[in-house]
Structures are given as structure tokens and as C-alpha cells.
Write a protein that binds this ligand. Structure first.
Ligand code: SF4
Length: 453
């Protein structure tokens, strides 16, 4: 296939894992000679990297696909690809629904894109959703940021949360070796990256599938050991990780985050519900008491740590009293950020088949009430930054105010302040916070005063 002057566009839906996969697939298309174009309607190859975590996320891709399918009738050499979790979930059915598609590929096949496209260019319609071992990438991802980078450390999830489609669409846990992860981070440092976010659906499961146990009988490779192992890479100034699971969260990890200066004091630990009966029905494997103990332990070591989480309201059978237990936990803990969602029945998940589903009216009422509380608590949490000096890693210009740059504190709070992006990009600067909002801050750079006295 002659890719000269051929343009490509990738539209990404969903989570950080999908964003990281899209960056890798973009890197593959770059090496194949395709050229990135920002507008899908100008592309010769359009790839939708999809999400199926909730029904509305899944439905989004079909409207996009409809437009491109029409376009293909005028432009037969247009290549249409659906990747990600909807592709894995639907597989062949997607070809029946959108016959104009050329390639349907699951998340595990992201780094096989060149090989799969070769089959398409040989005249085939291809579906790649069979479980595979994910080999190390050789291509250089096309990363959105020049300052911060995602690094996958474990793919898939072996948990069986009763509402979650991820294990069905992303497969079993596959950890990368510590050496491969450190190698990728060192290469990123050479390219001038300052911050790395280590990624995993259930990042606390890292290493469970790798060989080796310690004399004490625990897994030799864990997230905690990995943080110590990758901490000494010159040039990498900040390390973050997501997404944690309360079932496997250890004090050993908390202590490592306290000990290791580069590891930022921000923890993303979804709790999903504040009611033990609902947590049991969700098959989450912990109680709200255990969750509270984890947060208390983090705050014992790092009182100012930022805590973010995810919560689901309107789970099948959730009573008003059980919902109020969730509100109580949100009120007691005070999250810096809480991502909330109304329960959405997903294909192939146990909870979707239960007959005690709640009405959309009840679900949206509860979503409204929890979101109201979330912004009150976030404003309370943000208030602690007023007049403080925070170190901010400058990532970009503020698109809404070109006299400002933007970046994040160690606590992952988005912060805006006057500055020149060409001068400050990738720098960690001290910023005095002059204005606080529930989910972001404004400040001014602190100019160091040299006392020549
Ligand atoms: S831990 Fe549970 S909610 Fe998270 S990805 Fe795995 S199955 Fe889904």
C-alpha cells in the first residue's frame, strides 16, 4: 500500500489506557508513512478507538461511523478501523452493522496494527479479537504531550466486578517486565519528558503474573517494588500511577510513596459505593470500613495528599438508605475529585441480568445529588491551597487565555498562571495560589529574591 501523502486520524473515547493505546497506534501509522491530520473528514484512514464502559460511550461511536460509512461510498479507498473495547465486545457483529468497515481490532491487538492493515490492503475485511499475548512495542508512540507521558505497566484485569465489562474486553492481566518499563521511562527521559504516569486497570495487581516470589512468599514484582526500581531515572522528576484497587492497596505502597520524593502525593482509588451490601453485590472485595482505613493511613503518612476516586450510583437494588451511605462516605472523606456515574447495564456482565434494576429517574436523581455534594467537598478541599506556594509542572498554554500557561500541582490540581509557554514548558515552577475554584487554581510565579546582603 503506497502511503505517500496518505492522511490518518484517530478519534479516542474513554480512559487513559485507550489514550495510551491511541498514541501507540498513531506511532505505528507514522512509521508506515501515513501523515496525521486533525480533521477525520480529511483523512484517508480513520480509526475510532472506542469505549464501552457505559452505554452512552458505546452509542457515541455509531453516529461517527455512520458519517464515515456514507463518506466511503464517495471515497472507496477510505480505510475505516474500529479499535478498543466496543470492537472487542462486538467483533464480527460490527461488520454486519457497518459493512463499510475494513478492520475491527480489540485492545490487545493495538501494537499489531501494521500487520492487520497489511491484510486489509491485500483486500481483506479483518476482525482481530482473539486473546493474544501482548508483546513489547517496538514503535515510538505519537504522544499528545511533550512533558508528561503514559506508560502501561499491566494490561487487562482478572477481577470480576459484577458491573464491569473491562475483563471481557481487555482480557487477563499481563504485566510488562520491570526492565521493559524502566527502559521505556529512560527513553522518555532522554526525549525530555519530566513526568510519567504508570497505567493499569487494576495497577495494584502489577507483577502477580510475573515469575518469582520473595523468601516471605509474596510476589517478587509488585507496584511498590517497581516504584523503588524506576525512581532513579535522571530527568524524570515526577511519577504518578493509576488506577488503584482498595482490595489490594497496602501500607507498604503508602510508605513507598512517602519515602520516594518523585512519587506525587495523589492517589486515585475508586470506592464505587459506601454501602457494604452494595460492595458485596458489586464483588469489589472490600468494605467501606477498609476503604476508610486506607484513606486514613494515607493521611497519616501524607496529611495533604490528594485523593480522587470513582463512584457508581443507582446500582441494581440500591435503596435510598444504601445511597445515603455513599453520600456519607463522600462527605466524611472529602475527595479532591470524584468521578461519578449512574449505573449502566453492560453486555456480558452479571449485574445487567438482575431483575432489581432501578429506573432512569431514580438514577439521575441520585447522580444529581451526589454531584452537588462532590462540588461542595471539592471546593472545601481546594480552599487549602489559598495563598500557598505550590510547585506546578508546566504542560501547556491556557487555550482560553493565551497570556497564561497551565499545569498541575503534585496533588494533580490544574493550575493557571501568567507565563510564556516557550520559556516554561516542562519546567517545575513555584506558584503562589491567589484564587481557588472547586477543580482548579490560579496563581502567580514566585520570583526568588536573592539577598545580596
Ligand atoms: S477492577 Fe473491577 S472495575 Fe476495575 S477494571 Fe477490573 S473488573 Fe473493572
Amino acid at each position: 500500500m503506497n502511503t505517500v501523502n496518505k492522511k490518518y486520524n484517530i478519534v479516542t473515547f474513554g480512559c487513559q489506557m485507550n489514550k495510551a493505546d491511541s498514541e501507540r497506534m498513531a506511532g505505528i501509522l507514522d512509521t508506515m508513512g501515513f501523515e496525521w491530520v486533525a480533521e477525520p473528514e480529511k483523512a484517508d484512514l480513520v480509526l475510532y478507538n472506542t469505549c464501552t464502559i457505559r452505554d452512552n460511550a458505546e452509542q457515541k461511536v455509531y453516529s461517527y461511523l455512520g458519517r464515515q460509512a456514507k463518506r466511503k461510498h464517495q471515497k472507496p479507498d477510505l480505510t475505516l478501523v474500529v479499535a478498543g473495547c466496543v470492537a472487542q465486545q462486538e467483533g464480527e457483529q460490527l461488520l454486519r452493522r457497518v459493512p463499510e468497515l475494513d478492520l475491527v481490532m480489540g485492545p490487545q491487538h493495538a501494537n499489531r496494527l501494521e500487520d492487520l492493515l497489511q491484510q486489509v490492503f491485500d483486500g481483506n475485511q479483518v476482525v482481530a479479537t482473539e486473546p493474544v499475548h501482548i508483546f513489547e512495542d517496538i514503535t515510538k508512540p505519537r504522544r499528545d504531550s511533550k512533558v508528561t507521558a503514559w506508560v502501561n505497566i499491566i494490561y487487562g484485569c482478572n477481577e470480576r466486578c459484577s458491573y464491569c465489562v473491562v475483563p471481557n474486553v481487555r482480557g487477563v492481566e499481563q504485566s510488562r517486565t520491570p526492565e521493559a518499563i524502566k527502559g521505556e521511562m529512560a527513553e522518555l527521559a532522554r526525549q525530555g519528558y519530566t513526568e510519567i504516569t504508570l497505567l493499569g486497570q487494576n495497577i495494584d495487581a502489577y507483577g502477580r503474573d510475573l515469575p518469582g516470589t520473595t523468601p516471605e512468599g509474596r510476589h517478587q514484582h509488585t507496584l511498590t517494588d517497581l516504584l523503588y526500581y524506576v525512581h532513579d531515572i535522571p530527568g524524570i522528576e515526577r511519577i504518578r500511577f493509576a488506577t488503584s484497587h482498595p482490595r489490594y492497596f497496602t501500607e507498604r505502597l503508602i510508605k513507598a510513596c512517602y519515602d520516594l520524593p518523585k512519587v506525587c502525593e495523589h492517589f486515585h482509588i475508586p470506592f464505587q459505593s459506601g454501602d457494604n451490601e452494595i460492595l458485596k453485590a458489586m464483588k469489589r472485595g472490600y468494605t467501606h470500613e477498609k476503604y476508610r482505613r486506607i484513606i486514613a493511613k494515607i493521611r497519616e503518612y501524607m496529611p495533604d495528599a490528594a485523593i480522587s476516586a470513582d463512584a457508581i450510583v443507582g446500582f441494581p437494588g440500591e435503596t435510598e438508605a444504601q445511597f445515603e451511605n455513599t453520600l456519607k462516605l463522600v462527605d466524611d472523606i472529602g475527595f479532591d475529585i470524584l468521578n461519578t456515574a449512574a449505573y449502566s447495564p453492560r453486555p456480558g456482565t452479571p449485574a445487567a441480568l438482575w431483575d432489581n434494576q432501578l429506573s432512569e429517574a431514580v438514577k439521575s436523581d441520585r447522580l444529581q445529588r451526589i454531584n452537588h455534594l462532590v462540588s461542595i467537598k471539592a471546593a472545601e478541599r481546594s480552599a487549602r491551597y489559598q495563598d500557598r506556594i505550590e510547585t506546578v509542572l508546566v504542560e501547556d498554554q491556557n487555550p482560553k487565555n493565551l497570556t497564561q500557561v497551565m499545569g498541575r500541582t503534585r496533588g494533580n490540581r490544574l493550575t493557571f498562571f501568567p507565563g510564556d509557554i516557550e520559556e516554561l514548558r516542562g519546567k517545575i515552577v513555584p506558584v503562589k495560589i491567589t484564587e481557588v475554584r472547586p477543580f482548579s487554581l490560579t496563581g502567580e510565579v514566585v520570583i526568588p529574591v536573592f539577598n545580596n546582603g
